[in-house]
Design a binder for this molecule. Structure first.
Ligand code: IDP
Ligand code: MG
Length: 137
């Protein structure tokens, strides 16, 4: 089942020079392809659209500030069961709970700065791809 998913390498990943390492893990999975990719610093409005579901939660404002603190790498990955697959590569939200071998488990310690975002469903993927790559067919 071919799908597409929206991935963000968060500002901590870019600052720490982990872009190559993380992209490599995605790129080396069989039958997946990167079909869009951009380095950009996110505006508040874009972040509000992207993280709207979390508005009002205690971690929302610090998350918005963190996500605007430097450039992110936004990409779309296409391929076999890629939505579930990138979430599995990323590991669970809390990097300390994430298994070693996962991106968050290997490189993170604090929940907010957990290196990577990946769409959690086909609906989220469609919505998020439109925010970051409106021109993508
Ligand atoms: P996800 O990225 O694993 O899907 P979500 O629950 O959708 O996790 O939360 C979005 C992002 O908000 C997380 O990736 C993390 O950066 C941040 N976040 C979530 N929960 C907390 C928290 O309890 N404290 C601090 N930051 C959090
Ligand atoms: Mg989420």
């Amino acid at each position: 089942m071919s799908q597409r998913t929206l991935v963000l390498l968060k500002p901590d990943a870019v600052r720490r020079g982990l872009v190559g390492e993380i992209l490599g893990r995605i790129e080396t999975k069989a039958n997946w392809q990167i079909v869009a990719l951009e380095l950009r610093t996110l505006e508040r409005e874009v972040l509000e659209q992207h993280y709207g579901e979390h508005m009002g939660k205690p971690f929302y404002e610090p998350l918005m500030e963190f996500m605007a603190s430097g450039p992110v790498v936004a990409l779309v990955v296409k391929g076999e069961r890629v939505i579930e697959g990138v979430r599995a590569l990323a590991g669970p939200t809390d990097p300390i709970a994430a298994a070693p071998g996962s991106i968050r488990g290997d490189f993170g310690t604090i929940v907010r700065e957990n290196l990577i975002h990946a769409s959690d469903s086909e609906e989220s993927a469609e919505r998020e791809m439109k925010i970051f790559f409106p021109g993508l067919a």
